[in-house]
Design a protein around this ligand. Structure first.
Ligand SMILES: C=C(O[C@@H]1C=C(C(=O)O)C=C[C@H]1O)C(=O)O
Length: 259
């Protein structure tokens, strides 16, 4: 992962990459929240799209285009519909081989897809239909991609943790003890900070910036209901789904690490 320092992996560098991606996650949700739910974009489509919903049609087509351009070569860039993706049409540079070769098999995208549409979308979009279906699904794709990237960076997190303490991880991997691996790789104090920081980022990035001077201050702090995305949704997203799924990726990667 270039963002984590090329072939030189460290937990600090990987965590830095995760912190920067929080900005992208918050902005992607803010953009999608400009439109209401637009349920028609998720309903089964007509014959022209093989009965698929607009969102599925869009993501499949967008991933095919991305693949032709050379995307999905890195272990953290995982397509939602990998079956039958076209090959790159242009030369690609192989990413540094810092992970175990089986890393490419690890994907939790099905769970991310289900979480995003069934749980998350209703929390940060309002009921309604503004007819902007094409924009809506493009914004959904942006949200899905950034969430997936963030979560699959868990492969690098797991590799660094393994390299830092092979003597602790190896017996658990050999025993296929997923629960103990999960306990070993979990840092509760880090998770608490992540939740607080994403909530703060949503509160900061989600305000309208004005130049009006109010009571001597350049910018009045918005209440949560005035923010473009409810900041508590961000901490819930990370607490209930993003961090648990990242840790699932870590465990899945580690279970293959000695193969
Ligand atoms: C990613 C890490 O592993 C776990 C998952 C975290 C996350 O997804 O943010 C945070 C702490 C750990 O419990 C990490 O240690 O940084």
């Amino acid at each position: 992962m270039d963002a984590a320092g090329g072939e030189q992996l460290s937990l600090a560098a990987v965590r830095d990459a995760l912190v920067r991606l929080e900005d992208s996650v918050v902005f992607a949700l803010i953009e999608r929240a400009r439109h209401p739910r637009n349920a028609a974009a998720y309903a089964p489509g007509g014959g022209g799209a093989g009965g698929r919903s607009l969102v599925e049609f869009f993501v499949r087509e967008a991933e095919a285009l991305n693949a032709k351009a050379g995307h999905y070569q890195k272990p953290e860039d995982v397509p939602f519909f990998p079956q039958g993706l076209p090959l790159p049409l242009f030369p690609t540079k192989s990413p540094p081989k810092v992970l175990h070769p089986l890393a490419s098999l690890v994907t939790v995208n099905d769970a991310i897809w289900k979480m995003y549409f069934d749980e998350l979308l209703p929390l940060f979009t309002v009921d309604g239909d503004d007819g902007s279906y094409a924009e809506t699904v493009a914004l959904d794709f942006a949200c899905l991609q950034v969430l997936s990237r963030r979560i699959h960076i868990g492969k690098y997190v797991a590799e660094v943790k393994f390299q830092d303490a092979p003597q602790d991880y190896s017996p658990l991997i050999q025993a296929k003890d997923s629960n103990s691996l999960m306990d070993l790789l979990t840092f509760k104090a880090v998770e608490e900070k992540v939740k607080k920081r994403v909530e703060k980022k949503a509160r900061t990035f989600g305000q309208d910036v004005t130049l009006e001077v109010n009571a001597g201050k350049q910018q009045v702090t918005a209440s949560d209901s005035e923010c473009k995305v409810d900041p508590t949704v961000l901490s819930k997203l990370y607490d209930q789904w993003v961090m648990p799924l990242t840790k699932d990726v870590e465990v899945e990667y580690l279970l293959r690490r000695l193969d």
